[in-house]
Design a protein around this ligand. Structure first.
Ligand SMILES: *Cc1c(COP(=O)(O)O)cnc(C)c1O
Length: 446
């Protein structure tokens, strides 16, 4: 009896969760171990991924996951929700501080859902949205033909300039005047240069539109102070929370416009209230509380000097990788990068090299990248590009020397692939894979 009582603590309950899994389900445990080894033995040059801390993982795997209580702090539908009010309150308070925002909503289950909530809150079916074309770097949820956004709203896309691959703000302004959207969405999944949120706000104001900034790819840099913040320019800002290095999920923020009055079918409501109502009961049910707790842990990390310094390093590493590839003769779109990612056109007609064949071959050699459709890409063989990013390798401590080696390895694989057509020389592949593994093993997952 005494023994049991001693063990009735949260630590005892949550300790050795992996041991409980190994004992009950070795099959699933083996897959987790396999994924860990894959990550630890390869170089992750992904732009749309990051690595959340073990502290945030611990919050994710906690009993908070069990709690059902719909609604918002101090206005819940279910009993026993006082601790969840504190958890959510803490996450909100830290999110507001991390982004210097006036309003934060930590409930969205994902970045896509955050966008659906904002769009549904601000618009009525049939209203017009001007957003970046998916094929030019915009996100599916901004109005891709098969998305729910395109089902219920009238979408027009803006594009990057054909020669520079940069956003052409004058063109977007003209388009906004002519099309008359009720909402403009800025923010991208594959754009290597800084985004001018102030200009987007001017364009929106001139067109009488609201502005949504989706900074899923940029939120780490915004929190780190290495990219301008959209918080007071956009009426609403959204982000996924895993791309900046937190748990999977979404976040909705607002700055000075948070209490702006918005006309609705039944009168007028403040912007933030409309967003809450559309979150629940509009689109979601119960918030995912272990996830919200993990977001709170992550925002605490993001407020640290260490996190901010790391974002500076992410961009330094990215610029260095881009400049080495340029020097080696690669076609890095826009001639470089301002952020954590770069787009490289590696299509080669004589060898039929495509983004997909490059992705697959690099992966066999221990280097993980994304194939990428590039703006104005009309390659009959498939996407012409690859997208490389530096958040994960930087998180694990890689810097200048490692970037130089990685650039060499990437070049070895791509040039061998180019000269040999589809198949890379096996001895080259083995050699690169060995080097990639040695390098990755020097920098254990953090
Ligand atoms: C990744 C991404 C999203 C989607 O986030 P999920 O959490 O994966 O749904 C939304 N917008 C942009 C710009 C993104 O890059």
């Amino acid at each position: 009896m005494t023994m049991t009582l001693e063990k009735l603590t949260s630590e005892a309950y949550h300790d050795n969760l992996q041991a409980a899994l190994i004992q009950f389900d070795p099959e699933v445990h083996k897959l987790i171990a396999k994924e860990y080894e894959r990550l630890q033995d390869t170089i992750q040059l992904l732009a749309a991924e990051n690595q959340c801390s073990r502290a945030a993982l611990a919050a994710l795997g906690s009993i908070l996951q069990n709690k059902t209580c719909e609604g918002f702090p101090a206005a819940r539908l279910h009993g026993g929700s006082s601790v969840m009010d504190e958890v959510e309150g803490l996450a909100i308070e830290r999110a507001k501080r991390a982004f210097c925002a006036k309003y934060a909503n930590v409930q969205p289950h994902s970045g896509t859902t955050a966008n659906q909530i904002v769009i549904t809150a601000l618009l009525r079916p049939g209203d017009k949205i001007l957003s970046m074309a998916t094929s030019h770097g915009g996100h599916y949820s901004h109005g891709f033909i098969d998305s729910i956004t395109a089902r219920f709203f009238e979408i027009e896309s803006y594009h990057v300039n054909r020669d520079t691959f940069l956003l052409d703000y004058d063109e977007i302004r003209k388009q906004a005047r002519r099309f008359g959207p009720k909402l403009i969405i800025c923010g991208a999944s594959a754009y290597p240069r800084a985004i001018d949120f102030a200009k987007f706000r001017q364009i929106a104001d001139e067109a009488g539109a609201l502005l949504l900034a989706d900074i899923s790819h940029l939120s780490a840099l915004v929190m780190g102070g290495v990219h301008a913040s959209p918080i007071d320019y956009a009426h609403v800002t959204t982000t996924s929370t895993y791309k900046p290095g937190g748990p999977r999920g979404g976040l909705i923020l607002s700055g000075k416009d948070y209490d702006r009055r918005i006309k609705t079918a039944s009168g007028e409501t403040q912007l933030w209230q409309l967003i809450e109502k559309t979150t629940f009961p509009g689109i979601q049910g119960t918030p995912y509380f272990s996830n919200i707790a993990a977001k709170a842990v992550f925002f605490k990390e993001a407020l640290s000097e260490e996190y901010k310094a790391r974002q500076v390093k992410v961009v330094e590493n990215s610029k260095r990788l881009a400049s080495i590839l340029l020097r080696k003769g690669y076609n890095v779109l826009t001639g470089g990068t301002d952020n954590h990612l770069m787009l490289v056109n590696i299509a080669d007609n004589s060898s039929h090299l495509t983004g997909l064949s490059a992705q697959q071959c690099l992966e066999r050699c221990g280097i993980v990248v994304d194939k990428m459709l590039l703006p104005y890409d009309d390659n009959p063989n498939g996407p012409s590009g690859i997208r490389l990013g530096t958040p994960i390798i930087t998180k694990n401590g890689m810097g200048t020397a490692e970037i130089d080696l990685i650039a060499e390895l990437v070049d070895t694989v791509l040039s061998n692939l180019k000269s040999s057509g589809h198949a890379i020389d096996q001895s080259v592949a083995d050699h690169v894979r060995g080097q990639a593994k040695d390098l990755a093993n020097e920098f254990p997952l953090r």
